[in-house]
Design a protein around this ligand. Structure first.
Ligand SMILES: [Zn+2]
Length: 77
């Protein structure tokens, strides 16, 4: 949907692009991974990124993309 502005589920071209994900309109949702540690200790954030959604206004299908996907290279392995 991000590249061709067409819903892969229903074929509609009525796509809302670049929709920000928030929690109650107050906080922006971030994608995060955590480094795994033995013993269940608190784990520092390994990678994070804001996320942006593309929403089909016909069927409701949503695609979500990390704004900075390079943050996740090699993360969580
Ligand atoms: Zn759709």
């Amino acid at each position: 949907m991000r590249n061709n502005q067409k819903c892969p589920k229903c074929g509609s071209t009525d796509i809302a692009a670049g929709v920000e994900l928030t929690v109650g309109g107050a906080q922006t949702v971030h994608l995060e991974t955590y480094r795994k540690q033995l013993g269940g200790l608190v784990q520092p954030v390994e990678a994070h990124s804001k996320a942006t959604a593309y929403v089909c206004s016909h069927c409701g299908f949503i695609e979500i993309y990390a704004d900075t996907p390079s943050q996740f290279r090699g993360a969580n392995r």
